[in-house]
Design a protein around this ligand. Sequence first.
Ligand SMILES: [Zn+2]
Length: 279
Amino acid sequence: MRKLKFPDLNVKECIETCVLNLQDISKKQKYLETIPYFLEQEKVYIDYAQNGQLNNIPSNVSIQNNITNLDMKKLYKSKFAHKGQPGYELYNQIKSIPANGICPLCGHRQVSTIDHYLPQSLYTSYILTPVNMIPACADCNKNKLDEASNSEDENFIHPYFDDIENIPWLDASLIEQEPPCLVYRVSTDLNISNTLKNRIKRQFIALKLSELYSIMAAEVISGLKYHLNKIAMTEGTDGVRRYLNEHYESYKEYHVNSWQTVAYKTLANNDWFCNKKSY
Ligand SMILES: [Zn+2]
């Protein structure tokens, strides 16, 4: 759930680019004539998104000039998300917003697609609106179902508008067994509104982040065995704790809520783990 910088594009530029090589002249004219409507809708979107209230935008609304949901989906698919077509450069421009190509929804996997925050099938007005297009990995795109949100509490965290990067919302506990296992959850001890808490929780569950992070952490714990055994032998418990803390501090500097930050913090704070004679 990482913050992204705002796309340097608006819906007018996207539509004008997509219709550039459209053969059907009357259709092309229809899209161009509807641009003021799309711009107006984009403004409404930004106003609601800034306050975490995108649930207020009604779904299944007919749009001006008899442009259908299928029309817009086709325009997006064939002229925007299609290699060699006029909009493809803009599609890639949006996909390349996240640092290191990391999906902002899970903060782990590689961006491979664009997810529509308000789903294409329900919100025709926002199919070519850049602020509604979120660069994402395929799994997050699939796990985030195409549903309308019914309340503020159900709104996913919006990477262009919501900044929760400095709220330490991710937490984990260590199951003291062999092999040790980290169980991730949304922290219960957060000084934020219940609505924001519910939004984070909903996204955490829908995107199956607990499972993903636990698996990744298990790999790290296994990979550390050799090194931790060496430190335990030469420097004992304090050495192990120091090593884990250094990694924690380093990852925390980069992302407070990465699974790595929370893994190292939880391990460093766990006496059973740090006191182990053998890893
Ligand atoms: Zn993802």
